[in-house]
Each structure stands twice: as C-alpha cells, then as structure tokens.
Design a protein around this ligand. Structure first.
Ligand code: GRF
Length: 199
C-alpha cells in the first residue's frame, strides 16, 4: 500500500515534528514525510528535518507583510510542488485563511495542547490551572475554518498536580503529544484512504 505524502508545518522547536518523523521511519506507517516547512527561517526543527534527509523549507511570513494569502499562496505552491497529500500542523503559529483551509479540507490536521473544546487559542495550560481543572491534555483534530474547532480525531489526558505551573504542565503534556500525534495521523491517513479510494 502506498504511503500518503506528508508535510509537517512548524514554527519553532519541532518536537512534535520529530515524533512524526520517527514514527514514519517504520515502513508500515501510512504516511511518508516529504517536506518540513516553517514560516520562521530560524526554526530549530528545520535543522533536524534536514539532518534526517527530509526537504526542509522556510517561507518567511514577514516577507509578505500583512498579506496572508500571498504567504499562503507560496506555501500552497510549495506543498503542491512536493506532491503533498496530507498536512500536519505541529506548532505552526500562523492562523490560516479560509482560502487555505478550504483548499486542504479533509487533508490537514493540527495538534493543540488542551482537551478541546476547552481552551482554544493560546495559554492553554495556565487557563486549565486557573480554572481548577483536575486534568489537562492534548487534542489532534481536523483543521476547519474556526481556529481549534475542527472534528476531533484523538485526545490524551494528563493529570494537573498541586503546585503545577504552566511550564510543569506543558512538560507533562508534551510526551503525551508525541505519543498521540503519530497515532492520530495514522488514523487520519486511514480515513483519507477510506473516503478517497487511495490505493
Ligand atoms: C506543542 O505544545 C503543540 O501542541 C502546540 O505548540 C507546541 C509545539 O511544540 N501547538 P513543538 O514545536 O512541536 O516542540
């Protein structure tokens, strides 16, 4: 069975990207990374991808000023040029326009560090602590027009402990993200295969 051609979009550290690339080292994994793309040229994850032999490309959003669609047009052309079939957003810190989201509908997933629908957006760990929640976690979901609102594919939970700070909770959640994202990506690939008849 052929593997779906995967792009990972990042903005920084890229630890989730690393987890995805490692999972895809197994030839039985249903996605094959062909491109890592960052909107920030200094993203640490680009170096890791390059060293792993994956095409690593920076498209600096700042070069496009406020013109989000012009930035996304270049991203889209790069993705299509690489024959990408599925996109994972992995700490990609740009909100995407409806144009781009529509173009990749059903082919783009994101990881978010909260138990959605709770705490869409930023500062998720602090908000969970401030709310007195007993647990936090992470969610992988399909990307739809509303930020962090698409259909949920999978979630993982971690406890919130007394004296947790946003940093300690983030450190506990991150390994759960690294376990969850490859599993959820595999599930997303199977769904795409089912619905598109991809061989
Ligand atoms: C992760 O916590 C992810 O859930 C969030 O941004 C962080 C990215 O970390 N969207 P990394 O770049 O994958 O290490």
């Amino acid at each position: 069975m052929s593997r779906l051609r995967l792009a990972v979009l990042i903005s920084g550290r890229g630890s989730n990207m690393e987890a995805l690339l490692r999972a895809a080292e197994d030839p039985a994994f249903p996605a094959e990374p062909v491109l890592v793309l960052s909107n920030r040229p200094d993203a640490a994850g680009l170096k890791f991808a390059d060293a792993a032999g994956i095409a690593a490309v920076a498209i600096d959003h700042k070069a496009f000023g406020k013109d989000r669609e012009a930035f996304e047009f270049h991203v889209d052309a790069t993705l299509r040029g690489a024959g990408v079939e599925i996109i994972t957003l992995a700490g990609f810190m740009r909100v995407l326009t409806p144009w781009f989201v529509k173009r990749w509908e059903g082919r783009m997933i994101n990881i978010h560090p909260s138990l959605l629908p709770k705490y869409k957006g930023l500062d998720t760990h602090q908000r969970a602590i401030d709310a007195g929640d007993a647990e936090a976690g992470c969610t992988v979901h399909w990307v739809s027009a509303g930020v962090d609102e698409g259909e949920i594919i999978a979630q993982a939970r971690v406890p919130i402990l007394p004296n947790d700070t946003a940093d300690t909770l983030a450190a506990r959640t991150l390994p759960a993200e690294h376990r969850l994202y490859p599993e959820a990506l595999a599930a997303a690939c199977h769904k795409i295969r089912e619905t598109s008849g991809h061989a």
